[in-house]
Ligand binder design. Structure first.
Ligand SMILES: O=C(O)CCC(=O)C(=O)O
Ligand SMILES: [Fe+2]
Length: 299
């Protein structure tokens, strides 16, 4: 008797002919209440409800100086500029993002493995975790472009093959995030609805999408519906503050036309019980510096 090869069911179809809204099929907080860690039960309940949780001083001002100096070193390093993991602004040609900073830099590796960081990720995901992606988003002043509305999970599912919503991001501010310099906006509660996007994924989509998102972009109608239902929250905070957000939260950020850079480091943790399979809606996998295939637990 022959058996068909094992396939992971696709709980979240996307990139088809039509845009679809589907209820979330996965828990938001995967650990049992009372699981020890830096988050309190109240924090976890708020995360479950809103799809995010802000932490005022995740790292100290001294640590901010260290990490910010490392960011400056990386973006001013000519070798880094030539590296495929650096993404430049289409207009100014300044560095916009550097991927895989936890592999490039020992300093950022330490941050990704810090118990204040991994401990929270473990509490949310209810298991050991590994880094699916890390990046610094520099957002220099005077015209850095924003990130159009998206759900990270939509892309990670379609293009990187993450099966379930068991992934969480932390954005740690390394400069002050004002209400004017392109801070992160999230629709609270939007993490409960999956927006399957219309349109097939072109090959090598990632090259374009890292500068400007196209495939995987929600329609105006869907965004209007979600914003009317959930509202929009803007995150501000001192350097050292952090925002934890669910992989399916609808989020984005505007351009930064102020003189004040908005530089954050993002670390994405995935559960070791949700490792990547083949992409669900893309012809090829993205490179590993964007979607990791090394599932070694961190911390
Ligand atoms: O840096 C931002 O404002 C948002 C970035 C983001 O959503 C992402 O990197 O997926
Ligand atoms: Fe995102």
């Amino acid at each position: 008797m022959t058996t068909a090869p094992e396939r992971t069911a696709d709980l979240y179809p996307t990139r088809g002919t039509e845009e679809v809204l589907i209820d979330r099929k996965d828990p938001v907080v995967w650990s049992a209440p009372g699981t020890p860690g830096p988050f309190t039960d109240e924090d976890l309940a708020a995360f479950e409800r809103d799809g995010f949780r802000a932490v005022d001083e995740l790292i100290t001002p001294d640590e901010v100086s260290t990490y910010h100096a490392e960011l400056e070193r990386l973006i001013n390093d000519p070798e880094m500029r030539a590296d495929e993991r650096s993404i430049v602004e289409p207009r100014s040609r300044e560095i916009r993002s550097i991927f895989e900073v936890h592999k490039i830099s020992e300093v950022f590796a330490r941050l990704a493995a810090d118990p204040r960081v991994v401990g929270r990720a473990r509490q949310i995901l209810g298991s050991d975790v590994y880094v699916h992606q890390s990046r610094i988003n520099v957002k220099p002043g005077f015209g850095a472009s924003g990130f159009y509305w998206h759900s990270d999970f939509e892309t990670w599912h379609a293009e990187d093959g993450l099966p379930n919503m068991r992934t969480v991001s932390v954005s740690i501010a390394l400069t002050r995030n004002y209400d004017t310099n392109g801070g992160l906006m999230i629709m609270p509660g939007s993490h409960r609805t999956f927006l399957g996007c219309a349109g097939a994924t072109p090959k090598d989509n990632y090259k374009k999408s890292l500068q400007m998102q196209d495939a995987g972009t929600p329609s105006d109608e869907a965004l209007t519906k979600l914003a009317s239902a959930y509202g929009i929250r803007l995150f501000t905070g001192e350097a050292g503050s952090a925002t934890w957000f669910d992989c399916n939260a609808m989020h984005g950020s505007g351009d930064n036309i102020t003189p004040y850079p908005r530089s954050n480091v993002f670390i994405v943790f995935n559960s070791v019980e949700n490792t990547a399979v083949e992409p669900f809606a893309a012809p090829v996998r993205r490179p590993e510096f964007i979607g990791a295939r090394d599932f070694t637990p961190i911390g």
